[in-house]
Design a protein around this ligand. Sequence first.
Ligand code: NDP
Length: 292
Amino acid sequence: MTLLDGISLSQAIRGELASEVDQRTAAGLRIPHLAAVLVGEDGASLTYVSAKVKACEQVGFRSTLLQFPESISEMELLLEVQRLNEDPEVDGYIVQLPLPEHIRDEMILLAIDPAKDVDGFHPENVGRMALGLDAFLPATPMGILTMLSRYKVETQGKHAVVVGRSSIVGLPMAILLQRNADPGNCTVTITHSRTRNLAELCRNADILIAAAGKPGFITADMVKEGAVVVDVGITRVPDVTRKTGFRIAGDVDFDEVSPKCSFITPVPGGVGPMTIVSLLSNTLLAVRRSGR
Ligand code: NDP
């Protein structure tokens, strides 16, 4: 069994990004600038956004965190988005989800300039991705593809089963795995909460992507001998032995499942760091595309 180590791989990619920043600086080119919008006080969202901002600093990017109170109205937030679209100093930005209930996610996502949409959530980028055109790929599936590619995991002709169909993980993952590309060319089964015989489908997977957000949901009896298992799940589970009061749990019962796998991601330290580094890669792509 080979561990798909997202920490060491993301560090290597961060090193590549940092040297590209050095080259750009030496050539008098623009340093990428990522902005992140955070609404409200949600602890998990603040942790994720802070990690993204810190990662920018580590590779030499500029970064700005824009924090707004939970009470901000949809219209006010749309105006902030418009400002970011027009700000020539910002190459790319993200709006951390989920937003408060009184703000419609889709209204905000639709307002983001697709050329600055480094999360790849705007329908224009989703459509371009589906058609195999140049697009910002959503960071989590992009990170997983990078991981499969760098670890030379064969995907051609394999049966991939994706558990979860969300617009930010499961659906784009399924689209990307079936593309005529490398990594890609999988035969994909996409599953969700209404799927029948989920365990049986999973047992047929050469590549199993677990993105349901249910700790320990994928057990050994659901995994084929020699399968590649990618655990996207991140759930905070109460744990009184930790200073924080919680631990991070994946969707896969790692201890049970890992002995059966050819490759598997740990949680934490698997997909999470790859997601962040993919966001950085997209920000560099945004500045390159802008020609600045
Ligand atoms: P969502 O809650 O949006 O989607 C979960 C999906 O899982 C839904 O499609 C749902 O089906 C499906 N599902 C739920 N229960 C079952 C079940 N019993 N059997 C089969 N499918 C089921 O979550 P996200 O996609 O946003 O995130 C998934 C997980 O990944 C979460 O733990 C999240 O924290 C984590 N995550 C991790 C990232 C990382 O960087 N590592 C980045 C983003 C997310 P239905 O559509 O029918 O409701």
